[in-house]
Every structure is written in structure tokens, then in C-alpha cells.
Ligand binder design. Sequence first.
Ligand code: PGA
Length: 240
Amino acid sequence: MYFIANWKMFGGLKSLNSLHKVKKFFNSFKKNKSIKIVYCPPNTLIRPMTKILKDSHIEVGAQNCHAHKTYGPFTGSVNSSMLKNVGAKYVIIGHSENRQNGESDKLINLKIKSALKAGLKVIFCIGETSQQKRKKITKQVLNKQIKIGLEKINDKNKVLIAYEPVWSIGSGLIPKSNELLDTIDYIKKKIKRIKVLYGGSVNPKNIAELNLVNNIDGFLIGGASQDPKKFIDIIKKTYI
Ligand code: PGA
């Protein structure tokens, strides 16, 4: 099971103090469990975070990258090799908050390619909007995002899919268990042997319900991951 913390645009150096708690918990909890924790902080915290987590099994990732593989005149951007260089092992690509800002499937595809080339693992986000759900075109939407996003990508074993319905992100809403089971099954049939995580309003209160969906390989957790107690609670409750 994967537990991926997406801190979004939150956190300064002080926020890193909360990691000691998670590290302590995880060191005693991990035994005999195939569980992976990945923290994706803002780029400014990647390096200091890897230092704090160096003697733990917790890994660090980034939240986006530029599609260009090498250095270049792209003010304000960071490419995947630069993220790797400061200690990131993963990168989230295709998050709906970036898609809403104009990131296209084609650009996402280029970003995924450059990240894999740099040696990063990719957390590839897909999901439908509430309007698309209402129109009952969720599968068509996911199909297009997958088809273009993963076009000509061979090492899919370095890619994790995060299914995040846009309407569930930050809203407190989660899909019905049977719908989630069906959607994840659909994604797994499309891409053989892929791991599929669920993301969108995961919290300690709804984790038991989400956990009943038995084809989920982990969770991408936004808001609740900033609070170490909530994050630990989510992990603990997954194993009850
Ligand atoms: P949320 O965010 O858990 O705050 O809904 C999830 C995400 O956007 O990855």
C-alpha cells in the first residue's frame, strides 16, 4: 500500500518538525508490512526533508516538473533531473489543479517521459469533473487521459496512477464504494499490472469505507497529510 502526502503549496521549514512524529511511528509500524510512504512537499522543502528522513523508509517526491529534460531559459521552472538531484524519487504529474491551469494531456505525456528518463517514479493523476460525472462520461474521460498521457511510454512499472475525481478534491466528498471499485477495475484493465491509488478528501473518518474497496493500492492524501496525527491515523486504520 502506498500513502502519498501531497502538501500542495503549503509548508515552510517549521512544518518539517511534524515529520519526526511520522518517522517515529513508521519505524515501529513498518515491520512485516509492504507499505510505502512518500512525502511530496513544495520544491523548497525537498532537500531539507530528505535530510530529516534519511534514516527512515519514507521517501520524498515533487509535485510537478517542467517537460524540458535539460537546463534551459524557463524562468520559474524546475525540470525532473533537478528534482532528482536534490533527492526526489517521485513526481506527481497531471494533478487536476494543474490541468485546470491549462496543462494538456500532451504536455503531461512529455512531462512523464522526461521524469522517467531522469529516473523518477511518476504519480500520474487522472479524474473526471463533476460535470463529466453527471454526463456519465467518466470512463471516456479517463480513457483519453490515459491514452494520451501514457502514449509511447514503455516502463509503465515506474508509473502509479492516482485516480482523483476532481469533484472529490478538498470537498469532503468521496465516490460510492461500488463506483470506485468499478472505476479502478476499468483502469487496471486498460493498463496491465499498474498500481492504482485513490485520492480526494481521504481522511481518518472515511478511510475505513475507502478501504473496503479491495482493488485500491494506496492513497494520495492532500489536506489530511499536513497534520501528522491525521496522516498516521489514516495509515493505522488501513491495517485494522
Ligand atoms: P485532498 O487533496 O486530500 O485535500 O482532497 C488530494 C489531492 O489533491 O491530491
